[in-house]
Design a protein around this ligand. Structure first.
Ligand code: ADP
Ligand code: MG
Length: 273
């Protein structure tokens, strides 16, 4: 990672820090930017398993997709894992939605659907390779200068040994937990579909569909209650589309492949082009 200089901190991760870094570009005079994510293997008495942390790097290294944050380089040194990632200038989607909300603005439905379609293509790509992301949420979705979205933070991702393998380990972020995770049922791709549905809802409502600081209350909401209806500004088709991803029973939940041929995408994406 020669030649990279720290410019400023851009985020605080759960196990380390994220810095914007720059270096002189090879061509005349300019600089290029990247993001350096440092994960401390031993900190505050917590010991992370090096193998699990390295998994994020190894997995990302094998992925190349226009809507997945690119890993440019990585190294392990002195109990620290450093990931050099492409810089997404627009920051994370969660912060963007928070700004819209505090300005009393909203994200247009076409934009939400366009972001959604980009994330859907990233997840289809991952699932086709038997990789589950397992921490899909607006804080792990990044915006580029050109206003494209990229899925990042593969710290919780997991490669399956085979397509129908079921997993038991509960990881991720509680607000985006699918019902099956909460009742310790073995799960598979459906948990990413649920979380993606939560993200689309959040883009349209500027609120998460299920939210409580009290874990038991949150679990009860996810398992038994329906989220507040989306505002009438959302087309009925979009509202139904979100509801299909938030079906509590995993076997009844829509699949990514079904989502990709849903008319809601064709209609909205045609409006953009
Ligand atoms: P953690 O595993 O700790 O959640 P993340 O990869 O989600 O780490 O990064 C934490 C924060 O750092 C993000 O919410 C975002 O604000 C910032 N960040 C991370 N990666 C990038 C990136 N590629 N471009 C811009 N900002 C980033
Ligand atoms: Mg994160």
């Amino acid at each position: 990672m020669d030649g990279w200089e720290k410019v400023r901190a851009v985020g605080e991760g759960s196990y380390g820090v994220v810095f914007l870094v720059a270096r002189a570009a090879s061509s005349a005079g300019g600089t290029e930017n990247a993001v350096l994510k440092t994960i401390y293997l031993r900190t505050h008495g917590v010991e992370l398993e090096e193998e699990k942390v390295l998994q994020e790097a190894r997995l990302l290294q094998q992925l190349a997709h226009p809507h997945i944050v690119e890993l440019r380089d990585w190294l392990v040194r002195d109990d620290q894992v450093h990931l050099l990632l492409e810089h997404c200038e627009g920051g994370d989607l969660r912060s963007r939605l928070a700004r819209l909300k505090s300005d009393g603005a909203e994200l247009p439905e076409v934009t939400a659907i366009s972001y959604f379609a980009q994330l859907l293509s990233a997840l289809l790509y991952l699932h086709a390779r038997n990789v589950l992301h397992r921490d899909v949420k607006t804080a792990n979705i990044f915006l580029t200068r050109a206003d494209l979205v990229k899925l990042g933070d593969f710290g919780a991702s997991r490669a399956l040994d085979h397509e129908s393998q079921l997993i038991n380990t509960v990881v991720g972020t509680p607000s985006y937990f699918a019902p099956e995770l909460l009742v310790s049922r073995p799960y598979n791709r459906g948990c990413d579909v649920w979380a993606l549905g939560c993200c689309l809802y959040e883009m349209l409502a500027l609120e998460r569909p299920f939210h409580s600081l009290n874990f038991l209350e949150l679990a009860e909401m996810i398992l038994k209650r329906q989220p507040a209806p989306l505002a009438p500004r959302c087309s009925p088709m979009t509202r139904q589309f979100v509801a299909q991803m938030l079906r509590k029973e995993p076997s009844e939940r829509v699949t990514l492949v079904d989502l990709s041929s849903h008319p809601v995408l064709a209609i909205h994406l045609a409006a953009i082009e």
